[in-house]
Write a protein that binds this ligand. Structure first.
Ligand code: HEM
Ligand code: HEM
Length: 251
């Protein structure tokens, strides 16, 4: 069988971002499924979310200064091209793209927006802001995020079944099947990838160093983020209520 030539398209920072982003999203999601929000383990949910927020800042910078296919200018966001891509995906073979195809370009943008919104609403509701609005928005964004992830992974599996061009592995080795009229990248930015990893680890270390296990708080640049405040308040008011009843009984 003829070996198809492959070329490098995704640099190290993009790939490291991708897998940390996926891992932390799944981690944050899993934690809320298994523990209560006043459980000490929930701190890991906050830390994962805040680390996603930090990585997003780095990814946005990289989207302007990174290699060709990491740049937002290479994303295929034209609505007509997107509709044609979806139609072709169903009725025939889709056009091949060296960088992000229209479906993954849209999915990436939706995921970035949801992640930014989740970090922001997470900080607002744990930082003592008006909680109901932030909580509902947080929940809505998490649901949109999850649906997008399912569509993204489903789309990659569907693409693989149809094309067998190992698109799925491009976020591992950075390589895609070459296209005659397009060139890949010549430098995969290993050093920038390492820097990305070091900065992200330093950020998580900083978050962890501010964790106060007695009060279940994280300190984000002087802003105290408290866990399960509502539940604590609810418990307090229940106990207060009981205390009042006891006082009345004594009377
Ligand atoms: C929680 C799970 C996942 C999340 C949150 C996620 C998120 C993303 C994001 C944000 C991008 C855009 C990357 C960029 O910033 O440039 C992307 C692209 C991509 N992802 Fe994922 N991903 C997930 C799972 C997977 C899995 C399981 C695979 C395959 C094994 C995969 C393969 C890819 C590929 C191949 C692309 C580039 C698509 C293209 O070239 O058009 N992803 N993903
Ligand atoms: C990508 C990042 C994040 C994801 C995917 C995510 C996802 C979720 C989900 C699915 C829930 C459960 C919603 C419900 O059904 O009530 C939740 C709740 C919560 N999240 Fe996040 N979250 C993220 C980031 C954050 C951050 C950065 C913080 C805080 C700094 C945070 C704090 C909380 C809190 C306190 C709750 C409990 C709210 C309640 O009592 O209902 N989250 N999150």
């Amino acid at each position: 069988m003829k070996e198809h030539k492959k070329t490098t398209v995704y640099d190290w920072p993009t790939r490291i971002f991708h897998w940390l982003f996926a891992f932390l999203f799944l981690g944050a999601y899993l934690i809320v499924e298994i523990v209560d929000d006043d459980n000490p383990l929930f701190t890991l949910h906050m830390m994962a979310g805040l680390t996603i927020g930090f990585m997003l800042v780095l990814r946005i910078i990289w989207g302007f200064v990174g290699t060709t296919y990491a740049r937002f200018s290479s994303f295929k966001l034209h609505p007509i091209e997107f509709m044609r891509y979806l139609k072709d995906a169903i009725v025939k073979k889709t056009k091949r793209y060296l960088g992000h195809n229209p479906a993954s370009s849209y999915a990436a943008i939706i995921m970035y927006i949801c992640a930014a919104g989740l970090a922001l609403t997470g900080v607002m509701m744990t930082g003592g802001g008006e909680s109901d609005f932030y909580e509902e928005t947080h929940e809505l964004l998490a649901t949109i995020f999850l649906i997008t992830v399912i569509a993204h992974v489903g789309g990659i599996i569907f693409h693989h079944v149809k094309h067998r061009d190992s698109l799925w592995s491009s976020m591992f080795d950075g390589k895609k099947k070459a296209l005659p009229e397009k060139t890949g990248i010549t430098n995969s930015k290993r050093f920038a990838g390492m820097l990305f990893l070091i900065l992200t680890l330093t950020w998580s270390g900083y978050l962890y160093s501010t964790y106060d296990s007695t009060n279940q708080t994280i300190n984000l640049f002087g802003q105290e983020l408290t866990l399960g405040e509502e539940e604590h308040e609810e418990h307090e008011s229940v106990y207060e209520g009981e205390a009042h009843e006891e006082e009345n009984d004594e009377d």
